[in-house]
Structure formats: structure tokens, C-alpha cells
Design a protein around this ligand. Structure first.
Ligand SMILES: [Zn+2]
Length: 326
């Protein structure tokens, strides 16, 4: 068995096998989306069909000879989604991993010979073909999914200058350090809990113009809930409190902050809190009160900002909230 197949080989094989064997595409495990996807154009449909073909053939030929079986959900991802890559191996000597370009994402055991890696995507990614490699069992599988484009709302911000607060080294360092956490145990279970009862005031992924200039690197890295000061803030899932930062210590922009490690590179960060009820090192359960809504840091009124991070990248919490990612 060749260790490395170039993309064109994989595609050829995929076409060949799906055509000659008539392998049904339903074999690919698919998590249905809560919201129906926009209809794709003919080109989009073709690309998706080809992508499904590739993933399908991997699953099929694996049963015959190849050690690595790979399944990706959701079937039809869009910008901001978290990709779940399920990998079945024959050996348990070393866990497999997934790479996109230079970046390597770890896979964690699900059952004896099954591993799962999570890949974050963002509004800053290019839509279209997303190529990745699965490495394990002495093999490298080149695979691809089609990442659908998605339009995000935009905001126009006028900066006056005086209203600007700048972040301190302390808060930047502590938040950056928190975002690097990848601990082996998985603490979340099922769909995440809504962290505050208020309405969503700003959705994930909003893009901005500052004084008329589009901010290429900016997207709203979380969800905002509008609620009064003192409204309870709940842990979206179980986990270890790994960051507590206070405005009084220099958290000028984030304000009073709680960061929760849900395990395996999945983190929540809650900003602008009024009161903080937990300490670093505490273990919290899903739905447990961790503090209250406030307007500390760079905030124009009481609200909760909840950022959900996967391997240091802010992803759309919506699929996590409604479908859950297991
Ligand atoms: Zn926000």
C-alpha cells in the first residue's frame, strides 16, 4: 500500500471506485444542520459530490485494505464551522493527527481504535476546497472538503480616539496563554448550554469597517448577549476554570474575565463580567453560575461576550449550541 497518494490520484481513485462500485454516498456519516443550507450552484454541487466521493471511497477501501478510515462532519461545512474528523485505525501504537498546511491538530481517542480531531474554520478562511492530511498507521491520506462561503453582517464603526482603551501586556499574555491550552480529557457532553438568558445582540463573525476602511483581520470572535448588570452567567459546558482576570489587575479591554477549559483544545472565554464567582482551578459543571453580566473593560453597556475557541481559533458557537459536536 503506497504511503502517500497525491491529490490527483486520490481523486481518480475516488471517481473510479464510486462509479464502478456504485457505493452509496449515505455511507458517509452526516450530522444534519439545524438550518437548511442555501442551495448550491451547479459548480458547488459538483464539487460537493466529488468531495463526498473522496470521503466515501476512503471509508470503503479501508474495509478492504487501507488501515485509516476517515469521516468528516458536517458533510457540508461553511465558514466558522468546526470540522470533526473521525479516524478509525488498525493499530493503537500512536494516535493519528490531522494537518492543514503547517498546522497540526491532535486526535484524541474515542474508543479503542477510533480517534477524533477538531479543525476550526473562521470567516477569514477562503471558501472552497479545504485540503487536509490524516497521518497515522504509517500512512498519509490526502483528503478535502468543500467549505461553503457565507456572508456575515457588517458594522460601521467611527473611532473618535478618546473612547479607545488599549490592552495591557498582562491581559494579552494571560489570554494568549489560555488560548494555547490543549488538555487530553473531554469534559463537554452534548449541545452546549446557553450562557445567559438575554437575547443575542451581536452574532458570531460580524465584520467591521473602521472609519470606512474594511478591517481584514477582524471578525466578531464570539456571541454577545444583551442583559442587565447582575444577570447570571452560566458555564456553557463542564470544565476547569483556567483563567480568571480582573479589570483591577489590568484587564482593560476584556474586563472581568473567566476562561473555562472544556478539554481537547475546546475553550470558553466570558468577558465584561460584573461579578466573578469562581477561582482558577475550580471545576464547573454545565449550566453552573460562574459570575454575572457587567460592562467592565472595553464595553459600551452591560452584555456578555462568549467566545468559543478550538485550538486557539474562535469558531461559531451555533453548531455547538444546537447540534452539539461529539
Ligand atoms: Zn462581543
Amino acid at each position: 500500500m503506497s504511503a502517500l497518494l497525491p491529490y490527483s490520484e486520490d481523486i481518480k481513485k475516488a471517481r473510479l471506485n464510486t462509479q464502478s462500485l456504485g457505493f452509496p454516498s449515505q455511507t458517509l456519516s452526516v450530522t444534519p444542520r439545524r438550518f437548511p443550507a442555501k442551495p448550491l450552484g451547479i459548480k458547488g454541487r459538483l464539487t460537493t459530490a466529488l468531495t463526498v466521493g473522496i470521503a466515501t471511497v476512503v471509508a470503503f477501501t479501508s474495509q478492504a485494505a487501507i488501515a485509516l478510515q476517515v469521516q468528516v462532519t458536517p458533510e457540508s461545512p461553511q465558514l466558522g464551522d468546526t470540522l470533526s474528523v473521525m479516524i478509525d485505525t488498525e493499530t493503537t501504537t500512536q494516535p493519528p493527527s490531522v494537518s492543514i498546511g503547517q498546522k497540526i491538530y491532535p486526535a484524541f481517542p474515542v474508543t479503542a481504535n477510533r480517534y477524533r480531531a477538531l479543525l476550526p474554520t473562521t470567516p477569514l478562511d477562503k471558501s472552497g476546497r479545504l485540503e487536509f492530511q490524516v497521518i497515522g498507521d504509517g500512512e498519509v491520506r490526502n483528503l478535502a472538503v468543500f467549505l461553503k462561503n457565507r456572508s456575515f453582517p457588517t458594522q460601521r464603526i467611527r473611532l473618535s480616539g478618546s473612547a479607545n482603551r488599549s490592552a495591557t501586556e498582562l491581559e494579552l499574555n494571560r489570554v494568549a496563554e489560555f488560548k494555547t491550552l490543549v488538555t487530553p480529557q473531554k469534559f463537554w457532553n452534548g449541545p452546549l448550554v446557553k450562557p445567559n438568558a438575554g437575547r443575542v445582540s451581536t452574532v458570531f463573525g460580524v465584520r467591521r469597517y473602521y472609519n470606512g476602511v474594511f478591517a481584514e483581520d477582524y471578525y466578531h470572535r464570539g456571541v454577545d448577549y444583551a442583559a442587565g448588570t447582575g444577570s447570571p452567567v452560566l458555564a456553557p459546558a463542564a470544565g476547569r476554570v483556567a483563567l480568571v482576570g480582573r479589570e483591577s489587575q489590568g484587564f482593560n479591554v476584556h474586563g472581568n474575565t473567566v476562561g473555562i477549559d472544556h478539554g481537547q483544545g475546546v475553550l470558553s472565554i466570558m468577558l465584561h463580567l460584573n461579578q466573578i464567582d469562581v477561582q482558577e482551578g475550580d471545576f464547573v459543571q454545565a449550566g453552573q453560575r460562574i459570575g454575572t453580566v457587567g460592562s467592565t473593560g472595553a464595553s459600551t453597556g452591560p452584555h456578555l461576550h462568549w467566545g468559543l475557541y478550538v485550538h486557539g481559533i474562535a469558531v461559531d458557537p451555533v453548531p455547538w449550541r444546537f447540534d452539539g459536536i461529539e
